[in-house]
Design a binder for this molecule. Structure first.
Ligand code: NAP
Length: 279
């Protein structure tokens, strides 16, 4: 029987540890503030942004929501980001991915000040994560690491197979596992014999964006299965029921990686507020 890795309780513990830090900042007149930017009207993105804003407010932090029209140009989006960079009351900036196709998303990410890049999306933020001294690694990869650590699961020496190589998830989590001395294999849509590779994994990270993609018979008995996926109908990238009895430990969806991602975003914003306000 697998151990269920309870992301909701890991998230609660991270948020509890923020409470006194937020109060100390308020005592000196600083309310940690996360600015979220949403471009267009994608319903899933709207939900994600709303969840992040609500999570901020529940902890007594400020959430500033910037909602721009679908027709916004790259230049207009970058102007908005620059205003937030210069606004001393804003400590973290999150541009919700994906933006409409006509926008140069990379250019927009690069416009975020490194001091406020709380989701590790800039080239510099990514590079710092790769070197192992990043202040704010991408939140979902950091959440995956936080869950492994909360349960004292061994990373060093293990074979970790990451399925997905996106800049905010698959690549950074691969580097973070490598920095913790895992032996890492990164798989993607052109990988041959993916099932065979996954069968050799001690740790599987699913970051594919396809519901129930990882099959039960791909899992080595006792392997740790981390499901970063979040698809319509609250379904992960892992066939949870099929993997449950094979895995040694597994994250559910919902209440797995998702809530820890949000808690990590709040933590990074508080970290940034402290760094920017307490000299
Ligand atoms: P993405 O940018 O679409 O990347 C998906 C990756 O999966 C790509 O690298 C792609 O390979 C790979 N892939 C696609 N089909 C594959 C196949 N048949 N075999 C092997 N690899 C395949 O997605 P993402 O932004 O990284 O998100 C991945 C998942 O995580 C989604 O379910 C998303 O909703 C979820 N997510 C969750 C959170 C959270 O808070 N829990 C946060 C962010 C994302 P190529 O590079 O070759 O195209």
């Amino acid at each position: 029987m697998s151990m269920i890795l309870d992301g909701a309780s890991v998230a609660t513990s991270i948020k509890e540890q923020l409470e006194t830090r937020i109060q100390s900042l308020k005592d000196i007149g600083v309310t940690p503030c996360l600015a979220t930017i949403l471009v267009g009207d994608d319903p899933s993105s709207e939900t994600y942004v709303r969840m992040k804003g609500n999570a901020c407010r529940r902890l007594g932090m400020e959430s500033r929501r910037i909602h721009l029209e679908e027709s916004t140009s790259t230049e207009q989006l970058i102007d908005e980001i620059r205003k937030l960079n210069e606004d001393g009351t804003v400590h973290g900036i999150l541009l919700q991915h994906p933006v409409p196709h006509h926008i140069d998303e990379r250019a927009a990410f690069e416009a975020i000040s490194i001091d406020k890049d709380v989701d590790g999306v800039t080239t510099l933020g990514f590079a710092q994560t790769a070197f192992g001294f990043g202040l704010y690694p991408s939140c979902t990869p950091a959440a995956i690491m936080a869950i492994l650590d909360a349960y004292n699961l061994q990373i060093e020496g293990k074979h970790a197979v990451v399925i997905g190589r996106s800049p905010i998830l698959g690549k950074p989590v691969s580097l973070m596992l490598l920095n913790r001395n895992a032996t890492v294999t990164i798989c993607h849509s052109k990988t041959n014999q993916l099932d065979e590779i996954v069968r050799s994994a001690d740790i599987v990270v699913a970051a594919v964006g396809k519901p129930k993609f990882v099959q039960g018979d791909w899992i080595k008995p006792g392997a740790i299965v981390m499901d970063a996926g979040y698809n319509k109908g609250n379904v992960g990238d892992v066939d949870y029921d099929a993997c449950l009895n094979k895995a040694g430990a597994i994250t559910p969806v919902p209440a797995g990686v998702g809530p820890v991602t949000i808690a990590t975003l709040l933590k990074h914003t508080v970290d940034a507020a402290e760094r920017l306000s307490i000299k």
